[in-house]
Ligand binder design. Structure first.
Ligand code: UT7
Length: 335
């Protein structure tokens, strides 16, 4: 039985910065509302035709692979988490395999939205723990901006989301006291529609129906969020799943050196910070700069924290996420 460790990290965000004031020019919103309710000051949007979920994922992955000190052909398996794939099918995992020109290793796509990276890390960790694989590439990448409603009708969702990608290489760790100590995953499908994008879908409305109806009031192909309901569930589930991870490892909240919560809303992060009694240097937030980048938010934040030398060897690093599904999870890492 082995452990896995994070051997390399990378991220990529598009250069195109979109401020709250930029959004207020196309919809009825304002900088004060957005900052007060979410903490977001700006986010990145891809330039259409320049970057996609896959290309950003590949850019982040190349950095992670180089920092892991391995060659691309040492990658044994690819896990790609996204809610915004380049194609409806196939998923972007195989596109990464092609783009990186990696030999014919397996490629798995994870559909767990904001918890996608945590789920992806957990999957990679299991493959490494059993000895099946030595190096697994895990990517979280999203392009939201091309699928949002940029009218006042969509303002409750559109101002929150941003584009970007992050990646990690997980590698075999022989020392069982180090690396990923455990991961904890949950879901509650009864709330599936509370944060969702319903169409096009085989079970509801397929593309042909949408085209036939050509209804300008159709919002079924835009994301929907019952914001307050999601918020209330998020604060409870974040707290539970962090506690679950700590207890499984006989650790206490005082043992946390760095918490990296999924960047859903700065108010949610601050609530958790207070609840766990964490000083400012024990939690990392960057939602101010990037908005909510869903599956990409944790790997971008983790990479930035690592680059800024906020993580030292031996530190206890906790990742936690909650989002659409509902799905949520945590990962406890001894760095
Ligand atoms: O990443 C996955 C997990 N996601 C989350 O955890 C997100 C959780 N939810 C939230 O972060 C918050 O609920 C939001 C930031 C989405 C919304 O904040 P809120 O405080 O819950 O606002 P609200 O939706 O209750 O809306 C309050 C008011 C409404 O106006 P009335 O009805 O009070 O007149 C909205 O129409 O704010 C209005 N509003 C806006 N005003 C200006 C909604 N969006 C905007 C906007 N600009 N962008």
């Amino acid at each position: 039985m082995y452990n896995s460790k994070i051997a390399g990290l990378g991220y990529f965000v598009p250069e195109n910065v979109v401020t709250n004031d930029d959004l207020s020019k196309v919809m009825d919103t304002n900088d004060e509302w957005i900052q007060e309710r979410t903490g977001i000051k700006e986010r990145r949007h891809v330039i259409k035709g320049e970057d996609t979920t896959m290309t950003m994922g590949v850019k982040a992955a190349k950095i992670a692979i180089e920092r892991a000190g391995i060659a691309k052909d040492d990658i044994d398996f690819i896990v790609f988490a996204t809610l915004s794939p380049d194609y409806y099918f196939p998923g972007p995992g195989v596109l990464v395999q092609r783009e990186l020109d990696i030999k014919t290793v397996g490629a798995l796509d994870v559909r767990n939205q904001c918890s996608g990276f945590v789920y992806g890390i957990s999957v990679a960790d299991q493959f490494i723990k059993t000895g099946m694989y030595k190096n697994v590439l895990v990517i979280g990448s999203e392009v939201h901006s091309t699928g949002l409603d940029f009218t006042t009708r969509g303002r409750g969702v559109t101002v929150i989301f941003g584009d970007g990608a992050g990646a990690a290489v997980l590698s075999r760790e022989e020392d069982a006291s180090k690396g990923i100590l455990s991961s904890h995953l949950h879901s509650e499908g009864q709330h599936a529609e509370e944060l969702s994008l319903i169409a096009p879908g085989m079970g509801t409305r397929w593309v042909t129906d949408i085209i036939k109806e050509n209804d300008p009031n159709d919002v079924s192909y835009y994301p929907y969020m019952n914001g307050q309901f999601v918020f209330k569930n998020a604060v409870v589930r974040f707290s539970e799943v962090i506690m679950e991870g700590l207890m499984a490892n006989k650790l206490a909240k005082e043992d946390i050196d760095l918490l990296i919560p999924h960047q859903a809303n700065l108010r949610i992060s601050q609530f958790i910070q207070r609840k766990f009694g964490l000083d400012d240097d024990k939690i990392y937030n960057n939602i101010m700069k990037y908005g909510n980048t869903t599956a990409a938010s944790i790997p971008i934040a983790l990479t930035e924290a690592w680059e800024q030398e906020k993580i030292k060897e031996g530190d206890l690093v906790v990742l936690a996420a909650f989002g659409s599904g509902f799905t949520w999870g945590s990962v406890i890492i001894r760095w």
